[in-house]
Design a protein around this ligand. Structure first.
Ligand code: GUN
Ligand code: FE
Length: 427
């Protein structure tokens, strides 16, 4: 759309959207507090990172040649155990939240660590920097998988900590509007005892707090759960009361059709992490099918299983991965037996996953620049860093160019809930 005016209310929501030519547009343009955009600017919805490990930011881009189970034990658990140091946490988390905002991530669903104080610091930093932050204190107590230096001593300790964390996030000064939200976060079934998973399910029912976890991520993880419980991940999670409205399952590449029907029945959602899946999953999420059957889905960076903090980069990779799934990759096979037909998604669909898909997964009113939704928006500058929209480009072509070329360098301003949180317009 060209020449649009938005009226934002005091709560940060879009109250009106008016197009040039009408009376409302004229009235809004005449207001003293109007902010005008330069003619080479575009406004697009902010994006949601539906799966990111904040404490893993220092190792983004490292050790991606390791299998998941070794990567966790050798690199990730030792790094995460350092977040008993709140000063270290504050330094990393401040830099990460700033970086995400500059990349257009107006909402993020975070895994933090098992440490209450530094996880609360992450929620506080989201509030201070103005990001819509859903923050999970990680719960993990299984001694068979987690090292003694990095796990809860038992289920009760993890449950008590989670309960305290929920109350602490809700009580943060400046959080009256609920911009920062606690999330119940069993790391994944292999890291948790049955007692812990059951207790967290009860806590979710009692408090109504959202749930996030990893599900059916890799052959190893999927098999581990099958051997321990005799069930698939979604079946086991459902049994523990953890598959609920707005539960987010990260990865989920190995879900079968029955698993996905279960996810839909519960109004839960998938976080598609295409970059991470290339390294750790060893398989692609069939995102075409996921979209066609209306399973809720958004995009996640999975820092540091994925190396990039950009959801736009993951949107590009979601398209690329879907194309490779469709065509196959082995040139020595004949075209007919190389891939999986009808697997591709379009750039518009990737854009939808990044914006409205992620917001819908979390049950938030954001992701589209429509009246009634939060004003979470990015101003991007045409003509910079490869982004070259011309007046003859139709909407479809514009979206494709935007998805392909948006980086932190052509996002010049960012708003969350009506508040400007990044302003690089004159750099
Ligand atoms: N499964 C359990 N923990 C993790 C993690 O930190 N990253 C990923 N990608 N998978 C996991
Ligand atoms: Fe992950």
């Amino acid at each position: 759309m060209e020449d649009v005016a938005f009226l934002i209310d005091e709560r940060g929501n879009i109250q009106e959207r008016a197009v040039k030519g009408g009376a409302l547009y004229a009235a809004l343009s005449a207001r003293e507090d109007v902010r005008r955009m330069p003619s080479d600017s575009l406004l697009i919805p902010g994006v949601t990172d539906l799966h990111i490990h904040a404490p893993q930011w220092p190792q983004a881009g490292m050790a991606l040649d390791e299998p998941l189970e070794r990567w966790l034990g050798v690199y990730t658990f030792p790094l995460e155990s350092r977040y008993d140091d709140v000063f270290f946490a504050e330094e990393v988390y401040s830099d990460l939240v700033r970086t995400l905002l500059e990349n257009g991530t107006t909402t993020a669903l975070y895994f933090a660590t098992i440490h209450e104080e530094s996880s609360l610091a992450l929620a506080r930093i989201c509030l201070e920097q103005g990001q819509r932050g859903f923050v999970g204190l990680v719960a993990m107590d299984n001694a068979a998988l987690c090292p003694p230096t990095y796990r809860h001593a038992n289920a009760q300790q993890a449950l008590d900590a989670t309960r305290r964390f929920i109350a602490a996030v809700r009580a943060l000064p400046g959080n009256e509007g609920g911009l920062a939200q606690p999330v119940i976060t069993p790391r994944f079934i292999p890291a948790c005892s049955d007692a812990l998973l059951e207790g967290l399910g009860e806590l979710a029912a009692e408090t109504g707090v959202r749930v996030q976890t990893h599900a059916s991520e890799s052959d190893w993880e999927h098999r581990h759960v099958l051997e321990r419980t005799g069930k698939t991940d979604t079946e086991a999670l459902d049994g523990f009361g953890l598959l609920r409205d707005a539960t987010v399952l990260a990865h989920a590449g190995f879900l079968n059709a029955t698993d996905r029907a279960r996810v839909r029945a519960r109004n839960a959602a998938l976080a598609h992490c295409p970059i991470s899946n290339a390294f750790f999953a060893g398989a692609a999420l069939p995102v075409r099918t996921v979209l066609d059957e209306h399973t809720r889905c958004g995009l996640g960076t999975d820092i540091s299983g994925g190396y990039s903090p950009s959801i736009f980069e993951n949107a590009r990779q979601a398209v690329v991965t879907s194309r490779l799934l469709e065509s196959g990759v082995d040139p020595d096979r004949s075209p007919g037996e190389r891939g999986r037909p009808d697997s591709r998604i379009t750039f518009q669909e990737a854009f939808w996953l990044a914006t409205r898909g992620g917001a819908e997964a979390l049950g938030t009113s954001a992701g589209q620049l429509l009246p009634g939704q939060a004003f979470d928006a990015l101003e991007i500058r045409n003509g910079r860093r490869g982004l070259r929209l011309s007046p003859t480009d139709d909407a479809e072509r514009c979206v494709q160019k935007i998805v392909c070329h948006v980086t932190a360098e052509n996002i010049v301003r960012v708003w969350v809930n009506g508040r400007m949180v990044v302003d690089k317009a004159y750099n």
